[in-house]
Design a protein around this ligand. Structure first.
Ligand code: NDP
Length: 480
């Protein structure tokens, strides 16, 4: 019999924490407790990937009537009903939260709807006043969006607020050029919002392949997103009467919406000054300027857990912190901040600690998607990163997809392979195309297995598809 209340206590009921808790309890027989201060499912399920993807689906219908007409359908442009969509979204999120709670109880995990702090290496204190001891503690408290440090920044929304808006704003300024900024620029544009985006750097989606991000930026502008690179916000405040100040206000006809604690279009127009000197009015501002690990006031450093840059928990390859009984996984460690990675880290933790099989987390060659319109699927090195590492061949093709050609759309797709000259292995694969996320998942298997360019070449094309180009690119367009 253990002297502790639990074999494992997990702090955080998001994707990583829930997976680790239920596998440890359900498959290894460990006695497990878990505390979650908000909704079960965490960022991914409640205010991230899942509601975002549903919004992507909703927004993609915007272009479909025109395409359908080009194919002979007698169909008019519809009107998007945000309230109807939001109702369905909330119902779906409630259902998913219920699934997460059931998964835990079904595996025998005791869940606590409470905030947890570390008291010492084996003890957690809950906001309910309860104190629980555990042989092992796993911190999976995730991250949160951050606003830049500037006066009146609280007037701007962060991504969490987007799902609570009572009504869509008529116009929005999105600040940032990462995943969240670009995905929501496309989503909100598709839903009929006038979108302006300011990104301080030279090109959006820093770190991704240059050609791929260039194509996405061009497509976003072509669709009508007012994207300004090399531009940032310097000042913002609530407009009183923009007409008095001689500014052209974004029309805000009805200020009934919003009203709860979330920043949003409810609060009236926001006047923004940009680094280029422009002063403009927006119905709402969204800060998509990055996320920070949730480590504040958790008793971590007092217990001996060390924090690194931005407050992320420092862990070794096995997700173990400086305190041997305390482990951490997911966004709170700021390694690769993606749901499936947090889940893998949770599984590796259980394997290491509860099955006696030390398993480091494999962070190499992780496929991922950016749900812009067009979408990007990517794995491995960008051309720029690969060229710094070794001599490479670049295979690339860009073309107009067959499906939208009737509608005379200018959208282009991109298929790109980065190949090592020495080993012939595919070092990187970048796809910009409708469904690129689905394509990269499968290409990712081959690349993770170490496929060479010649393996791609000997695979027969599936015709007619967009992805067949991946196996029919014969000659490199350049070497580097
Ligand atoms: P990112 O770190 O990807 O992007 C933050 C953006 O904000 C960057 O463009 C950054 O510019 C800019 N920025 C940062 N600080 C400031 C500032 N003070 N003023 C102006 N601009 C600023 O963060 P996100 O919030 O977009 O996403 C967080 C993480 O969530 C991602 O890294 C990803 O791991 C995950 N995610 C994954 C998704 C997916 O898989 N599809 C979708 C959404 C999120 P700069 O480039 O110059 O630093």
């Amino acid at each position: 019999m253990s002297d502790f209340d639990y074999d494992l206590f997990v702090i955080g009921g998001g994707s990583g924490g829930v997976r680790a808790a239920r596998v440890a309890a359900g498959e290894t027989g460990a006695k497990v407790g878990l505390a979650e201060m908000d909704r079960y499912g965490g960022t991914c399920v409640i205010r991230g990937c899942v509601p975002k993807k549903l919004m992507v689906f909703a927004s993609e219908y915007a272009g479909m009537p025109a395409e359908a007409r080009a194919y002979g359908w007698d169909i008019g442009d519809g009107v998007f009903d945000w309230a109807a969509f939001r109702g369905k979204l909330n119902t779906e999120l409630d259902r998913l939260e219920g699934v997460y709670r059931k998964l835990l109880s079904g595996s025998g995990v005791d869940s606590f709807d409470a905030r947890a702090r570390l008291k010492d290496a084996h003890t957690v204190e809950l906001s309910t006043g309860e104190v629980k001891t555990a042989k092992h503690i796993l911190i999976a408290s995730g991250g949160r969006p951050v606003r830049p440090d500037m006066p009146n920044a609280e007037l701007g929304m962060v991504s969490d607020d987007l799902f609570h808006m009572e009504r869509l704003p008529k116009s929005i300024l999105i600040v940032g050029g990462g995943y969240i900024a670009c995905e929501f620029a496309c989503i909100l544009h598709g839903l009929g919002v006038e979108v302006t985006q300011y990104y301080r750097g030279a090109q959006i989606l820093r770190g991704f392949d240059d050609e791929a991000r260039g194509l996405i930026a061009d497509a976003m502008k072509e669709r009508g997103i007012d994207l300004h690179t090399g531009t940032n916000i310097v000042e913002m405040h609530r407009s009183h009467d923009p007409r008095e100040e001689g500014l052209e206000a974004a029309p805000v006809e009805d200020k009934q919406y919003g009203g709860d604690h979330h920043a949003g279009p409810s609060d009236g127009a926001i006047r923004v000054k940009a680094t280029n000197g422009n002063i403009r009015e927006f119905d709402a501002v969204l800060f998509a300027t990055g996320r920070a690990p949730n480590t504040a006031d958790m008793g971590l450093e007092e217990a001996g857990v060390t924090l690194g840059r931005g407050g992320a928990i420092e862990v070794d390859d096995y997700s173990q912190t400086k305190v041997p009984s305390v482990y951490a996984i997911g966004d709170v460690t700021n390694r690769v901040n993606l749901t499936p990675v947090a889940i893998r880290e949770g599984m590796a933790f259980v394997e290491t600690v509860f099955r006696g099989n030390p398993t480091p987390v494999d962070h190499a060659l992780i496929p991922s998607a950016v749900f812009t319109q067009p979408e990007m699927g990517t794995i491995g090195l960008s051309e720029e990163a690969a060229a710094e590492q070794e001599e490479i061949e670049v295979y690339c093709t860009s073309f107009r997809p067959m499906q939208t050609a009737f509608a005379d759309k200018s959208d282009r797709v991109l298929m790109k392979l980065i190949v090592s000259k020495a080993s012939r292995r595919v070092l990187g694969c970048h796809i910009v195309a409708p469904g690129a996320g689905e394509m990269i998942q499968l290409a990712g298997i081959a690349i993770k297995m170490g496929a060479t360019k010649e393996d791609f070449d000997r695979t027969v094309a599936v015709h007619p598809t967009m992805s067949e180009e991946m196996v029919t690119m014969r000659n490199p367009i350049r070497t580097a």
